[in-house]
Ligand binder design. Structure first.
Ligand code: ATP
Ligand code: ZN
Length: 297
């Protein structure tokens, strides 16, 4: 079956750590997705010309590089490992998505005391990311042997396959459960939206821009808040300086209260209780913080 070329195609992890949030992101972007059963290989957005292909995360870069899917959602770790094996870039990262955060780290047996990077020299390091690891070792001027494993990397030291591992870590619980402790950071990662570098016709490019604008809006609204407060005019400069990630707030006079104004602003960073206390300390009153449902910049 050859894909319908009038529609866009996005490759998304079928089942794993990125699946749920990737689908949720597309749905928050206003796409009505007819997902069908759990075992479906693809799904169709009913109100946007987009088909979703569910694949293994490791296959996503290939799908996108070949242009089978114009778009994909994948971890930067998988993307970078793939890209390091190519002579020239075939995939472009177009948005960071803010989830799937993890770090590729070198870990050593907990009992190993006083780790120093030189201790990796001539040692065997097990990893699923041999190219990222090699780049790191080169940058440190260390010669070591990388042992490529597809999974269960954290078992390598116990099995005597390697002395160290280089694996993805988010909380560190898996390492700890295997008697390992992180000793060096190799690569920080989050989920990203990518597009193919294969030439696309104008209609496809326009659809990508439209989808991207929506996704950018969803990401921007996730943390953003709308703040309204009253303030004496004399405190305006101090108050605007406290508002997190707000540009040019709207300032309107308050009827019957000369010298006082209402301030309205979109804050693109988290607003904490501590921020409100500082605003109050600077002279603000009647402070309201409201969620934003949709935003288009
Ligand atoms: P697949 O069956 O699709 O090949 P997988 O087992 O290789 O799945 P997952 O474990 O589901 O992959 O991880 C997918 C992505 O989630 C990783 O490539 C990484 O970008 C991200 N991720 C976030 N936190 C972690 C973590 N603690 N361990 C592994 N991956 C993580
Ligand atoms: Zn995988």
């Amino acid at each position: 079956m050859s894909p319908d070329r009038t529609r866009l195609h996005i490759a998304v992890q079928k089942s794993g750590r990125l699946s749920e949030q990737s689908l949720a992101l597309l749905k928050s972007s206003g796409l009505r997705i007819n997902q069908g059963g759990k075992h479906r290989l693809s799904a169709r957005a009913e109100n946007f010309p987009l088909d979703i292909m569910f694949v293994r995360d490791d296959d996503i870069p290939t799908f996108v590089a070949e242009g089978i899917c114009e778009l994909g959602i994948v971890g930067q770790n998988v993307l970078a490992e793939y890209a390091l094996g190519l002579a020239k870039p075939r995939i472009e990262e177009i948005a960071r998505l803010g989830y799937g955060r993890c770090s590729l780290k070198i870990a050593a047996p907990e009992k190993l005391a006083g780790f120093q990077i030189e201790m990796l020299a001539k040692q065997r390091i097990a990893t699923s990311y041999p190219r990222l690891l090699q780049r790191f070792l080169d940058s440190q001027g260390i010669e070591a042997e990388t042992v490529t494993m597809r999974g269960a990397v954290e078992l390598a030291p116990r099995l005597g396959i390697a002395s160290f591992v280089c694996d993805l870590v988010s909380t560190g619980a898996t390492l700890e459960a295997n008697g390992l402790a992180p000793v060096a950071d190799v690569f920080d990662s989050e989920a990203v939206l990518v597009r193919t570098r294969q030439p696309l016709d104008g209609a496809h490019a326009e659809k990508i821009d439209a989808l991207r604008t929506r996704i950018d809006g969803v990401i921007a609204t996730a943390e953003s808040k709308y703040i309204v407060l009253n303030a004496p005019e004399s405190a305006l400069a101090a108050i605007t300086a406290i508002l997190p990630g707000a540009d040019a707030p709207t300032v309107v006079p308050l009827v019957g209260r000369p010298g006082h104004v209402a301030v309205q602003a979109v804050c693109q960073e988290s607003v904490f209780w501590e921020t409100l206390e500082r605003l109050k300390g600077a002279g603000a009153s009647a402070i309201l913080v409201m969620p934003i449902e949709k935003m288009m910049m």
